[in-house]
Write a protein that binds this ligand. Structure first.
Ligand code: CDP
Length: 227
């Protein structure tokens, strides 16, 4: 007799740089599921708006962008640390959407109701197919409230900033720790106080405080929950 099947829809939410993507990716690999990082879509819309010099305060214009943008998220084509390819209007912009300028503006864009509606409908459609690990801010609360397992991955801001700092250095980039900490705090503030789909744990989420856990321990812990 086999054990029970692992949960089919897994939602991972939490604040900036808490390790959601690292966890989500490893879980998806281990279970043979699709890994879907929803933050990439908000980042892509922000990147397009910046490139086209659309006024970020113009909600209707940004919403139209979100409704019409050709954002493709595909399996990784290169082995350079990416979890997926982000292709916008046919261009590979995987690392561009992780840039500083996008970081500084994405929370304004993602607070718009119309933007959220356009993107979360696509996310929900993909998630409902099952065998998926979906990562974001509102997956357990809004996008897939029926998820079989909901994880809310948290850590102190200092610790999260340190992880993001190490990640940038590991990629060969330059970073200023204090600036990262400030930006992480600012993004969390906007994400958790916005009117639509604010960052918060779903009532049935398992809250994981990862301050004193490394990526491996977090992964092992969640795999245990899946079994
Ligand atoms: O990787 P990191 O935690 O820094 O950020 P991300 O997951 O790529 O998300 C970037 C931004 O997109 C967040 O700060 C939110 O403003 C927004 N976001 C959101 O509103 N809802 C989601 N489901 C995912 C991201």
């Amino acid at each position: 007799m086999g054990g029970r099947n692992p949960p089919s829809i897994i939602a991972v939410d939490g604040p900036a740089a808490s390790g959601k993507s690292t966890l989500g990716r490893r879980l998806a690999d281990a279970l043979g599921y699709l890994f879907f990082d929803t933050g990439v879509m908000y980042r892509a819309v922000t990147w397009i708006a910046l490139e086209r010099e659309t006024d970020l305060g113009d909600e209707p214009a940004i919403t139209r962008l979100a409704q019409t943008a050709q954002i493709d998220i595909r399996p990784p084509s290169k082995n350079d640390g990416r979890a997926c390819d982000v292709v916008i209007d046919g261009r590979d912009l995987t690392w561009e959407v992780r840039g500083r300028k996008v970081d500084a503006n994405v929370s304004v864009v993602s607070a718009y109701a119309g933007v959220r509606k356009a993107l979360s409908e696509q996310q929900r459609r993909i998630g409902l197919r099952g065998k998926v690990v979906m990562v974001g801010r509102d997956i357990g609360t809004i996008v897939l409230p029926e998820a079989d397992l909901k994880i809310y991955l948290d850590a102190q801001a200092q610790e999260r900033a340190r992880r993001r700092y190490d990640e940038i250095l590991a990629r060969g980039g330059h970073a200023d720790f204090d600036e990262i900490l400030e930006k992480v705090n600012e993004r969390d503030r906007i994400d958790s106080t916005r009117a639509v789909a604010p960052l918060r744990p779903a009532p049935d989420a398992i809250i994981l405080d990862s301050d004193h856990m490394n990526a491996e321990q977090v992964f092992e812990h969640v795999m245990e929950l899946c079994r």
